[in-house]
Design a protein around this ligand. Structure first.
Ligand code: MG
Length: 291
């Protein structure tokens, strides 16, 4: 099933999304819980949501990120071969500047305050960056937490999936020599449209990630192109870090980001960025104009 977090008439609530993309209010089933709290109690609430009959359809809900404040938002750099090439060539992979395939996953954090909604504006932060870039990514939502998760059992810990645009300030990424700040500015993690449960997605490797800027295609690659697949990422991260329900892992982006072009094609105020994953929908965020 697809579950959304929405606001309507000044209230934030959880909704079930129908095949027609209409959102039904789940308040009668889950009360005022957040989706994070619903996932925490999924063994009870999952069946209750599935068994809920007719629910009131919400007229013109505003979709928020399905998990507006994740506990942890992990992300993975250099996890598609062609993107490793374009990133290494670009000179922005400072100080590494390598086109070699990483021997282990390059895991970093985006701070939870970077999350914004699937149709919200991206703040261009013009006072501190002039090199704004986009990265369409399949994101994994952890269900049952754990540590030392073996890759053979890893998918049993996946609750579902969503889309994240791993927005990046390339100048800050290069100058900072690590990635936390450059990828964590406010609004740098558009997420949504909703969270889709693992059983509905089925095999995530048959999905495809893509992006468009102002309607023009930029990225397009199957998830099978991941260098480190989802079970490997869960295994690597959880080797010494306890994963918890609702933790999110953005799995990496394919080639076709702005710095992959010569000269680079950075985002500017007014640009519209769409990031899609087959079956999960498409984020559509406008780079905001400075106030
Ligand atoms: Mg990324």
């Amino acid at each position: 099933m697809k579950l959304a977090t929405f606001t309507h008439a000044g209230r934030t609530a959880i909704g079930r999304v129908g095949d027609d993309a209409r959102v039904s209010d789940l308040s009668s089933v889950v009360g005022d819980r957040t989706l994070l709290q619903v996932i925490d109690d999924w063994d009870v609430l999952g069946p209750a949501i599935a068994a809920a009959g007719e629910l009131a359809v919400v007229a013109e809900p505003r979709l928020c990120a399905p998990i507006p404040v994740p506990r942890n938002l992990y992300a993975v750099g250099k996890n598609y071969r062609d993107h490793v090439q374009e990133f290494g060539r670009s000179g922005y992979d400072h100080p590494d500047r390598s086109t070699d395939i990483p021997p282990v996953p390059v895991v970093f954090s985006k701070v939870p305050t970077s999350v914004t909604g699937p149709f919200d504006d991206i703040d261009p932060h013009l006072a501190i960056t002039s090199e704004l870039d986009y990265e369409a990514e399949l994101a994994v939502i952890i269900g049952r937490g754990g540590r030392g998760i073996h890759r053979d059992q890893a998918l049993e810990h996946v609750w579902g999936y969503t889309i994240i645009n791993d927005v990046t300030a390339r100048d800050l990424q290069r100058e900072g020599q690590q990635w936390t700040i450059s990828k964590s500015l406010d609004t740098f993690a558009p997420m949504g449209l909703w969270a889709v449960t693992a059983d509905e997605v089925g095999d995530p490797t048959r999905l495809e990630a893509s992006s468009h800027v102002n309607g023009k295609p930029r990225q397009k690659a199957p998830v099978t192109d991941l260098i480190f697949d989802i079970p490997q990422l869960i295994s690597n991260i959880s080797a010494g870090i306890t994963l918890r329900a609702g933790d999110i892992i953005a799995t990496g982006t394919p080639a076709g980001v702005g710095i992959g072009f010569t000269p680079p094609r950075f985002l500017a105020p007014g640009d519209v960025v769409e990031c899609a994953i087959t079956g999960l929908g498409s984020l559509r965020n406008t780079v905001g104009n400075p106030a």
